[in-house]
Design a protein. Structure first.
Lengths: 233, 44, 225
């Protein structure tokens, strides 16, 4: 931990450099190399960022879930900082996922929004974690706030499969399902490369943002502890 | 065509804006921590 | 004291309190009446339409009445700091949760039966035609709602904006219950065969079990000092 803290700025710098390289590479691959999709045309290019963002969003909320469990189990406020970071970045990624999905939907389906299972599930997830932030904004005791938001973080994430199951039964979707493993002939190899590079770019950006955000919440609690200490003294 | 461009612009703007925002907040906090630490030393 | 006897004690205490004040039952009853009157003006209530949208209307009324019930459930304890006293009592912490849940379930089922009776009289649609299945949908749907609601009521009672934050935190989480319960009731009212409807019942039961386990695990950590 000490080692990481000492070299944090160097690590951040290196990560930023990698992120810039990967993003540039992904832009090049998406717009210059990958061929146009026959049916959907140019708007299909949103797909290369939409899918990695969706996956990273679930990853981020999963981190929030695990950190919430760890906080309730161990009671260390640092876990609360991790959970809050995970939820915040998860909400931002979910918002980007919804916006990019809508901008894809308009030209392809002719409408910004349909109540398709995947869209609805993401939307409900987004609502749950927005309510998580409304709860966090209620300023009371720090330990209580951590406990309450941990509970919402847990029951919110447990909800995902249930929401998806029920929404799937409720409506039949039009969202494309691209199964790379089974249907590898359906996707052009250059499209796959572009997707992989974009995925790496988003993942590096996510790690970068996440580490900065966690550092922020640790600093914040350090400051609060410092004030409390000086008041006690 | 414009939809895809718009989506990418929004995505990058949000990522960039968020990183800048958090970094700004961190530098503010660090300043505060530095101040409170130096105040503590003065009291001693 | 054993687990179930302490649960029973808490249920008895709250029901006696409710019988003396009758606050929740009267508010629920009046509220249900008001909601149905508003529905009458808000929607075109020709006979065919009602049968198609009856389940949705009923469950909206239930959920609104339920969020009222939920807000009340820990409010009594908050006054005079009774919750701390309950925590000091030699009880299993989770028995407090289960007790509160059962009380809420009883009060909400009462409200639902009232709403359904008024609905049948006012709109002349027999929604209870397949009585036992409809009862099962009410029971499992309400249980899911209550399980999450009671847990969230224990949180929101300590917040400043408690009246609004309870429903706000609860509704996104109970979306699967809303979907499954409304679809199940709707299928029953409109005479669909049970084969297609079992899936909804499965979702309701799965939701109840999963959230009961999670809530029992979490509640103890939530209330400990």
């Amino acid at each position: 931990m000490r080692f990481i803290e000492k070299y944090l700025s160097t690590i951040t710098l290196v990560m930023t450099a990698i992120a810039i390289i990967l993003v540039t590479a992904s832009i090049y691959l998406i717009f210059m190399v990958a061929p146009l999709e026959k049916v959907m045309g140019f708007p299909q290019k949103i797909f290369y960022y939409h899918v990695p963002i969706a996956i990273t969003c679930y990853l981020s909320l999963f981190i929030c879930f695990v950190a919430s469990c760890m906080f309730l189990w161990k009671g260390n406020l640092k876990w609360d900082g991790v959970a809050a970071s995970g939820a915040e970045i998860g909400v931002i990624l979910a918002t980007l996922m919804l916006i990019s999905g809508m901008l894809w939907g308009k030209p392809v389906w002719g409408t910004y929004w349909t109540w398709d299972p995947r869209l609805t599930t993401s939307f409900i997830l987004w609502l749950i974690f927005l309510s998580y932030f409304i709860l966090r904004s209620q300023p009371n005791n720090e330990v209580l706030r951590a406990k309450y938001s941990a509970v919402i973080g847990i029951i919110g994430f447990v909800d995902v499969p249930l929401v998806h199951w029920s929404v799937k039964l409720w409506s039949r979707g039009i969202h494309p399902v691209i199964d790379i493993d089974r249907d590898s002939t359906g996707i052009h190899p250059e499209m796959l490369t572009a997707l992989k590079v974009s995925f790496a770019a988003i993942l590096v950006i996510f790690i970068l943002i996440f580490s900065i955000r966690v550092r922020y919440s640790f600093l914040k609690s350090e400051l609060q502890n410092g004030i409390e200490h000086s008041q006690v003294e | 065509m414009n939809y895809a461009i718009a989506a990418y612009v929004i995505i990058w703007a949000v990522f960039f804006g968020y990183i800048v925002l958090i970094n700004h907040k961190i530098s503010k906090l660090e300043q505060k921590i530095f101040q409170s630490k130096s105040n503590g030393h003065q009291c001693e | 004291m054993g687990f179930w006897s302490s649960v029973f004690t808490i249920v008895k205490k709250d029901l006696v309190l409710e019988l003396q004040g009758k606050e929740i039952v009267t508010t629920n009853c009046f509220f249900a009446l008001l909601v149905l009157v508003v529905f009458n003006f808000a929607f075109d209530m020709s006979a065919l339409e009602i049968k198609k949208s009856a389940a949705g209307l009923l469950w909206i009324a239930f959920f609104f009445a339920g969020s009222l019930t939920m807000n009340q459930s820990f409010l009594h304890e908050k006054e005079n700091d009774c919750l701390s006293a309950l925590m000091l009592a030699p009880l299993d912490r989770s028995s407090i949760y289960v007790g509160k849940m059962i009380v809420n379930l009883i009060l909400m089922m009462l409200a639902e039966l009232m709403i359904i009776t008024i609905f049948i009289f006012l709109f002349n649609v027999n929604v209870m035609e397949r009585f036992f299945w409809q009862l099962a949908s009410l029971l499992f749907g309400t249980t899911g709602f209550i399980i999450v609601g009671t847990l969230i009521a224990a949180i929101s009672v300590n917040l400043r904006a408690k009246e609004i934050l309870g429903p706000l935190l609860m509704f996104p989480v109970v979306v699967p219950v809303v979907i499954a319960a409304v679809s199940f009731s709707d299928g029953l009212i409109n005479g669909e065969s049970m084969e297609g409807l079992y899936a909804w019942l499965k979702i309701l039961i799965a939701f109840d079990i999963i959230y009961l386990v999670v809530s029992l695990l979490v509640f103890e950590k939530l209330v400990e000092e």
